[in-house]
Design a protein around this ligand. Structure first.
Ligand code: PGA
Length: 234
């Protein structure tokens, strides 16, 4: 089981350091734990978690090693900081920042080539689900990632139905299981569930046979609720 906390645009370096020092002391059980702070807080998180099993990942990475790409960060830059991996293709990047299957694929390929672990996100919108397009959307997104990860490396996927993110509307365990099983018919790697996962709904979702962990947004921002989810997973 892998539990990853996606902090999104929350917590500067001071707050990130304090959170990570508290997380070191928390009871987390025996699952793999990752925190994903904003770029500016990665170094503080790496320093505060040094010597622990808790890993630090970024929320995005560019495909080039360096170059004229204002606002972007490369895989070697992240590695130099002691960052182990990165999220790629989160739906907020796809919705608000023009991320496409092609750019997601380029980011995944570069990250894996430079030994970063990747959590690649896929998921349908509410309108796509209502129109019966869920499997077609997931297939398109997962195939793009699969084509970019021939050796797989340290790749996991996150199924995050867009309508469940930050909405309090979580997928039912059955719906999540069906989507995860479908995704694995295309790319057989661990699949995390994400979308309004909280301590009180984590047990049922994580009990599904094809749910291999969680990507947690809102409920990862407090050590107490994040640690509670980790214990449920363990
Ligand atoms: P949420 O976010 O847990 O706040 O719904 C999950 C995510 O976007 O990764």
């Amino acid at each position: 089981m892998l539990i990853a906390g996606n902090w999104k645009m929350f917590k500067g370096p001071a707050e990130a350091g304090a959170y990570c020092r508290a997380l070191r002391e928390a009871e987390l059980g025996s699952c793999d734990v990752v925190v994903c702070p904003p770029f500016v807080s990665l170094a503080a998180a790496v320093a505060a978690l040094a010597g622990t099993e808790i890993a630090v990942a970024a929320q995005n990475v560019h495909w080039a090693l360096e170059g004229a790409f204002t606002g972007e960060v490369s895989a070697p830059m992240l590695r130099e900081l002691g960052v182990y991996g990165t999220i790629v293709g989160h739906s907020e990047r796809r919705q608000f920042f023009g991320e496409t299957d092609e750019t997601v694929a380029s980011r995944v390929r570069a990250a894996l080539e430079h030994d970063l672990g990747v959590i690649a996100c896929v998921g349908e919108t509410g309108a796509q689900r209502a129109a019966g397009e869920t499997e077609a959307v997931l297939a398109r997104q997962v195939e793009a990632i699969a084509a970019a990860s021939p050796g797989r490396g340290q790749l996991v996927l996150a199924y995050e139905p867009v309508w469940a993110i930050g909405s309090g509307k979580t997928a039912t365990p059955e719906l999540a299981q069906a989507a995860h099983a479908f995704i694995k018919t295309i790319l057989d790697v661990p699949v995390l569930y994400g979308g309004s996962l909280k301590p009180d709904n984590a047990t049922a979702l994580l009990a599904q046979p094809d749910v291999d962990g969680a990507l947690v947004g809102g409920a990862s921002l407090e050590v107490e609720s994040f640690a509670a989810i980790c214990r449920e997973a363990a």
